[in-house]
Design a protein around this ligand. Structure first.
Ligand SMILES: *[C@@H]1O[C@H](CO)[C@@H](O)[C@H](O)[C@H]1NC(C)=O
Ligand SMILES: *[C@@H]1O[C@H](CO)[C@@H](O)[C@H](O)[C@H]1NC(C)=O
Ligand SMILES: *[C@@H]1O[C@H](CO)[C@@H](O)[C@H](O)[C@H]1NC(C)=O
Length: 398
């Protein structure tokens, strides 16, 4: 496979390996899962709220809930349709259509999905949220050194976006200097990658209300980008998986990501000879890179399931995205008229560790390549196995 150029929160090739020697290193073993869900909304601690206990019950009885639960999209089976094959005989309530493990609950109480909306500690729950709730989500994986760029990026995303910051350097409270920080969700786990975070904190059921999900690196220049305009174009052109086109001072690895001036969107390109066996397949079509992807809700549900818990750099993922949309060459594309500049500032690679005579950079880079191979193998084995099983099942039945 051809070389890939760098990408700060993934792996970087633009740095010479010896540069990595200069880096300051902490050991991976010391990774404190200092997990700081710093929702910096009200800094009230519940333990400090000493209500006289007599108030509490009266508060409870004053408010009689009239609202319907916000989400009860699950089909509710009438009792006569509930059969006893899976426990109905032993339980007063047994609803097979509930999520697995929740069958004993009456369906209307089941809240199978969630959101990142911040709520207040007082007042009526129904008045917590603004009339227009954010319907898009943007997640950046960041280090404090890039805060100015992050600030510039976030200003390109309107109030219709929920902002999530994944802090891989453990610094979170410093962001309070930015006004938007108060409404952002801060998640801090040192030395983890964008895809590690995405797998753990962006489960499709947790971010269910968001129509589009941006999962971006921290080193993107956004002078020529506006998120609302971007979404209009993505909708107009039916893109389920997309990225803004890229301008870069350095060379661009995959031609499809390069901006074509004067048009709104492109979905395919001609690559160097030999790179594409099929013009409808990556890297000529059905392809974007993983530094600034944007997913529709449905495509993210599929892509999330494809993320492997142990493969954290995301290498090879871009080539497999097409498996989540059909036909990929029409639903995956690059938006030219809202575009970004890739500044290529490697940073997460600086967070590796010197090991067995290898620089930190080298170690991270080798891991990236290894993961790519592992991912490809898993995918092809799993496909082959499945197709074989299907074939033998159908030959048995005939
Ligand atoms: C249970 O009931 C559902 C709904 O009527 C039906 O589709 C299903 O086949 C039944 N299962 C068994 C084991 O009877
Ligand atoms: C369902 O319940 C009936 C009556 O209790 C019983 O005869 C039957 O065997 C049960 N069926 C299953 C699949 O458990
Ligand atoms: C946010 O979304 C609403 C509803 O779609 C739209 O009317 C509004 O213009 C959007 N806000 C911005 C800043 O674009």
């Amino acid at each position: 496979m051809a070389n890939r150029t760098d990408n700060s929160t993934r792996c970087s090739t633009s740095k010479k390996p010896n540069d990595g020697l200069m880096l300051i290193l902490a050991t991976f073993t010391g990774i404190a899962i200092g997990f700081l869900l710093g929702v910096s909304f009200p800094t009230l601690s519940l333990t400090k709220m000493n209500f006289p206990s007599s108030i509490v019950p009266s508060v409870n009885t004053v408010y009689i809930e009239e609202e319907k639960p916000e989400r009860s999209s699950k089909k509710v089976l009438p009792p006569q349709e509930l059969n006893n094959s899976s426990g109905a005989a032993f339980h007063k309530i047994w609803v097979p259509s509930n999520p697995r493990g929740a069958e004993m609950l009456p369906p209307r109480i089941v809240a199978a999905e969630s959101d990142f909306y911040l709520r207040r500690l007082w007042g009526l729950p129904k008045d917590d949220l603004p009339a227009v709730k954010p319907k898009y989500l943007v997640a950046f994986t960041v280090a404090y050194g890039q805060r100015k760029n992050i600030d510039a990026c976030i200003k390109k995303f309107s109030d219709n976006f929920t902002i999530v910051l994944f802090h891989y350097d453990g610094r979170t409270s410093e962001y309070d200097e930015f006004e938007w920080s108060k409404r952002a969700i801060h998640v801090s786990v040192p030395k983890q990658t964008k895809w590690w975070y995405a797998k753990r904190f962006l489960h499709p059921d947790i971010i269910a209300p968001y129509e589009y999900i941006f999962i971006w690196d921290e080193d993107l220049g956004v002078e020529n980008f506006d998120a609302e305009e971007y979404i209009k174009l993505v909708k107009k052109h039916g893109l389920e998986i997309s990225q803004p086109a890229v301008e870069s001072r350095k060379s661009i690895t995959w031609k499809i990501t390069k901006r074509i001036p004067g048009i709104e969107v492109h979905k395919e390109v001609e690559e160097k000879p030999g790179r594409c066996n099929d013009p409808h397949k990556p890297p000529c079509a059905g392809f974007i890179e993983i530094m600034a992807p944007v997913f529709s809700r449905d495509s993210w549900r599929c892509v999330w399931h494809m993320l492997q818990n142990d493969l954290v750099h995301g290498w090879g993922l871009d080539f497999a995205l097409r498996k989540c949309v059909e036909p990929a060459y029409e639903k995956i594309g690059v938006v030219d008229s809202q575009w970004i500049i890739h500044q290529k500032i490697p940073s997460l690679t600086d967070q590796g560790t010197v090991q067995a005579g290898k620089s930190a950079f080298q170690g991270v880079r080798e891991r990236c390549k290894l993961e790519w191979t592992m991912f490809q193998k898993r995918m092809s084995r799993s496909e082959q196995k499945y197709l074989k099983e299907i074939a033998s099942a159908s030959s048995n039945s005939t």
